[in-house]
Design a protein around this ligand. Structure first.
Ligand code: FEO
Length: 407
């Protein structure tokens, strides 16, 4: 049987609010970067009562016929009074022109920066645009919506909004996730470990570079003491347990260790680095039987994906990097991973670098240099020619002792 790669859904989530969700297993690389065999959803929302019809965001560019068709199951596009835009990245703003083309009376509410983005992305010059102010509460018909600026989560124009009548916080990319969730709304009893893993992966891949904005923005929202029953992100499942989902985000934003796991990432062209890494893992396991070792291998038969690696690093206890020297520099795929670790998952974790070379070793030093301005705590750089020997094993033993005793 052939599996559909696109599925459209309409869920009624509260008295007057609908979730319009596209389940996308067609996109293989989110943002053309992040490998997502688990898929992703695009969530738009629609509020309908006798006084107002409000659309909150749209779907990704390229899926707009599906979007309009799904929307038409609830309302005629011509009946939409307001369009609230939380975020202009085209995975959500892509169908704005299709809505405005069919209904020029729609009043668009968004961050002031969004107006120029709409114009430059979609060549829309004439629209009824109302810039919203931070913490402004507006009445749309009988409906009250409060707007909060949340810059850099994920772009500068990003806002959240609180739908007072329905007690829903529309949170944008924040609290979103990869995968097609089993449950429309989750709480601590229904959320699975696997889903949390996809959520963490989404967080670090997409928002990781802006992690330091998370705490201040979330604190600002929490200080408002809104009575939130549902958190509604732009991807993945909705949450009915606000405290839990906020606590996950705070931990990931700080890069806190939440599991006794060590992430090992290595590339081995002909097996020398692999043999060394296996020796190192053996030594770690002999010292700490409870530690979980997550291995990401790059070789002539495997290709670990950076999107998964980042998700595992951020809540890990320690990291081990292994690479050979390649044309007088770092093995290229590891160099890319090191750059992404630096930009997205920079956090205070102990780290060992292992490197093997044929005639001249530079990769270990170059990796260390790349990470020198980060929070990673480089315990040891162990470079050697060819195979591991007794001297190298002794160096591994000392490094493992230090690693396991470093917080
Ligand atoms: Fe889901 Fe930043 O867009």
């Amino acid at each position: 049987m052939y599996e559909p790669v696109l599925k459209t859904n309409v869920f009624k989530i509260t008295g007057n609010t609908y979730l319009l969700r596209l389940d996308d297993t067609e996109t293989k690389f989110f943002e053309a970067l992040w490998w997502i065999p688990e898929g992703v959803t695009y969530n738009a929302y629609l509020y309908v009562d006798e006084s107002a019809t409000i659309l909150f965001d749209t779907w990704k560019k390229g899926y707009c016929d599906l979007f309009l068709n799904t929307l038409s199951k609830i309302v005629d596009v011509k009946d939409i009074d307001y369009l609230v835009i939380h975020h202009m990245e085209p995975d959500h703003s892509g169908c704005i022109p299709h809505v405005l083309k069919r209904n020029s009376n729609v009043r668009v509410l968004a961050h002031p920066l969004a107006k120029d983005m709409i114009k430059s992305f979609y060549s829309i010059n004439n629209m009824k645009f109302k810039p919203v102010r931070d913490l402004e509460e507006v009445s749309l018909g009988n409906v009250k919506v409060k707007f909060m600026y949340t810059p850099w989560l994920h772009w500068p124009e990003t806002i959240m909004s609180y739908l007072v009548n329905e007690k829903i916080l529309f949170s944008g990319d924040v609290f979103g996730s990869f995968s097609i969730p089993e449950h429309v709304v989750v709480d601590r009893t229904t959320v699975s470990e696997e889903y949390i893993k996809f959520m963490r992966k989404y967080f670090i891949d997409v928002v990781g570079f802006y992690r330091h904005y998370v705490e201040r923005n979330l604190k600002k929202i929490l200080d408002l003491k809104l009575d939130i029953e549902i958190v509604a992100p732009l991807h993945g499942a909705l949450w009915s347990d606000v405290d839990l989902v906020v606590s996950y985000y705070m931990k990931w934003a700080r890069g806190e260790e939440s599991a006794n796991k060590i992430v090992v990432i290595y590339a081995s062209m002909y097996g020398f680095v692999k043999e060394a890494i296996n020796k190192l893992i053996e030594l770690i396991k002999a010292r700490d039987k409870n530690v979980e070792i997550i291995v990401y291998e790059i070789s002539d038969s495997r290709r670990a994906e950076v999107s998964d690696i980042l998700g595992d690093v951020i809540d890990s206890r320690a990291v081990i990097l292994g690479a050979s020297t390649y044309e007088s520099r770092i093995f290229p795929y590891i160099e890319y991973i090191v750059d992404q670790l630096k930009y997205k998952a920079n956090s205070a974790k102990p780290l060992i670098i292992v490197s093997s070379y044929g005639w001249g070793g530079v990769a270990g030093k170059l990796i260390k240099d790349k990470l020198s301005s980060t929070q990673f705590n480089i315990i040891e750089v162990i470079e050697f020619k060819g195979k591991v020997n007794d001297k190298v094993v002794n160096a591994f033993k000392e490094a493992v002792d230090k690693l396991l005793h470093t917080k």
